[in-house]
Design a protein around this ligand. Structure first.
Ligand code: NAP
Length: 276
């Protein structure tokens, strides 16, 4: 079984370069899929308080027989925990549901700027890091304006920002900001969330040329850009397909063909308006 390589975060922690998304899955499906994914070689699992499946994720981890220390578990906290003390409670709740004494990566799920408490939540995450309750800390759906405030007010950059990203929304300015500040970009809905992306004629043609599936071409594109994609599948037969993207390379011409599919931020969920 080919191992999934890792990417080193700014604090030296190794994070798998591709993982399994678990939304939308209920506890039972998460348990079965996480267990199957870990047995298939996945080492990064993405969940959230909001997915209501952390209990199933934890059960799947234990059922897999894979050593807990080999697995990298990410979860995320909701807006109600935006505060330094509140974030400690959110951690305790997630840790209990997951059945873990330590969480590998905790993210602020959405900035919810209208509440204006995300900097306080960030201070809470930094305290959890200091206390060894998490191995890395980050955010999700933060625009550069939100990141600016974290940096200005705390001096600490998130290790990771998990954002909506696929070849049609490739977010070049956001990625450049992350790169300049040592933030690793993680891609949600990396293969287009079950929409038309995998039927795009350019992607289908590159897949034909390379004798790969469209999903593999898109996931390889993320990996070659240094992004961490977390494709979700509940179908066991797709687990191998989605992770087997480390044994081939796209040429510069292929990469360029995918790059021109970018349509800017049109259709990207606006984190100044949406959040939970
Ligand atoms: N931070 C955030 O705000 C946020 C927001 C959304 C999502 N996320 C995270 O990101 C993860 C992934 O995003 P997503 O689930 O929205 O979208 P996605 O991973 O891009 O796409 C999932 C869809 O693609 C299908 N699929 C999976 N593998 C396939 C393959 N090889 N060929 C064809 N179709 C395939 C899945 O169906 P089957 O299951 O039937 O295979 C499902 O319908 C989520 O699960 C969640 O963990 C985070």
């Amino acid at each position: 079984m080919n191992e999934i390589p890792t990417i080193t975060l700014a604090n030296g922690v190794a994070m798998p370069a591709l993982g399994l998304g678990t939304s939308p899955m209920g506890d039972r499906q998460a348990e079965e899929t996480v267990s199957a994914a870990l047995r298939a070689g996945y080492r990064l699992i993405d969940t959230a308080e909001n997915y209501r499946n952390e209990t199933g994720v934890g059960r799947g981890l234990r059922a897999s027989g894979v050593d807990r220390d080999e697995v990298f578990v990410t979860t995320k906290l909701n807006a109600r925990w935006h505060g330094e003390a509140e974030a400690q409670q959110a951690w305790a709740n997630s840790a209990e549901r997951l059945g873990l004494g330590r969480i590998d990566l905790l993210l602020i799920h959405w900035p919810n700027p209208q509440r204006d408490r995300y900097v306080d939540a960030w201070r809470g995450l930094l305290r959890l890091l200091e206390d060894g309750k998490v191995r890395a800390v980050g955010v999700s759906n933060f625009k550069t304006t939100h990141l600016d405030r974290l940096l200005e007010e705390t001096g600490a950059a998130p290790h990771v920002n998990q954002i909506e990203l696929d070849p049609t929304h490739s977010r070049p300015e956001q990625r450049a900001y992350h790169a300049a500040n040592g933030i690793v970009t993680e891609s949600w809905s990396p293969i287009g969330a079950g929409g038309d992306l995998l039927r795009d004629p350019t992607i289908v043609e590159v897949a034909r040329r390379r004798s790969k599936t469209p999903a593999q071409i898109v996931l390889r594109w993320h990996v070659q850009l240094g992004l961490i994609p977390i494709p979700k599948t509940s179908r066991p037969e797709r687990l191998d397909e989605n992770k087997d993207v480390f044994g081939f390379e796209l040429g510069q011409g292929d990469m360029d063909e995918l790059t021109v599919l970018d349509r800017g931020d049109e259709g990207v969920v606006d984190a100044d308006r949406f959040g939970h």
